[in-house]
Design a protein around this ligand. Structure first.
Ligand code: FE2
Ligand code: FE2
Length: 181
């Protein structure tokens, strides 16, 4: 049985992260509607979901940033046989990707900040719950758009640029990054 390609592995991780994001957004929406004590839910439901999502995305971004993009950029810069007109745009796309990662990391840190404040105050008032809901909604949109762009544009480019042995080297590096996590 042939091994899964690195880009398929990353696609599968998007599906997992998007499902975790949905689960966090649902929990926050429930929290916002709740009339009961919101502080318990913050710790047990929302906090755990936010932490799980953050953990999954931190690893996923590292696999792209350290495991995948350096190889593709080096292939593009050497002008390998597979390089075609699309490859001229890859540097720009990789830059956009890194910016989106930084933005998403920032949003997730903001979510964590709101949750930490609520944990310290031992309550999450209605206004803070509404802020959390807005922030999680924005983060969800951003993640959805980012994953869609990689599926439709960035990964197909990479699949045209890297040959089988280069893909195997990427897979190996991504495996080491996962193991070291
Ligand atoms: Fe990405
Ligand atoms: Fe990704």
């Amino acid at each position: 049985m042939s091994e899964r390609s690195p880009t398929d592995e990353l696609r599968a991780e998007h599906d997992v992260a998007l499902a975790k994001m949905d689960s966090l957004a649902d929990a926050v929406a429930r929290l916002q509607r709740s009339e009961a004590d919101r502080s318990t839910d913050v710790g047990e439901g929302v906090g755990a979901r936010a932490a799980e999502l953050q953990q999954a995305l931190v690893l996923h971004f590292r696999k792209e940033e350290e495991g995948l993009f350096p190889d593709v950029l080096s292939v593009v810069s050497r002008g390998a046989p597979r390089v075609d007109i699309l490859s001229h745009f890859f540097g720009g796309e990789a830059d956009d990707d890194l910016k989106a990662h930084a933005l998403l990391r920032g949003r997730l840190t903001d979510v964590q900040g709101l949750l930490d404040e609520a944990a310290q105050a031992e309550q999450l008032d209605r206004a803070a719950a509404a802020r959390l809901d807005t922030l999680v909604g924005l983060t969800k949109d951003l993640l959805g758009r980012h994953a869609k762009k990689e599926h439709e544009l960035v990964f197909p480019m990479i699949e045209r640029l890297l040959d089988e042995s280069q893909m195997a080297a990427v897979r190996e590096r991504m495996r080491k990054i996962s193991e070291a996590q």
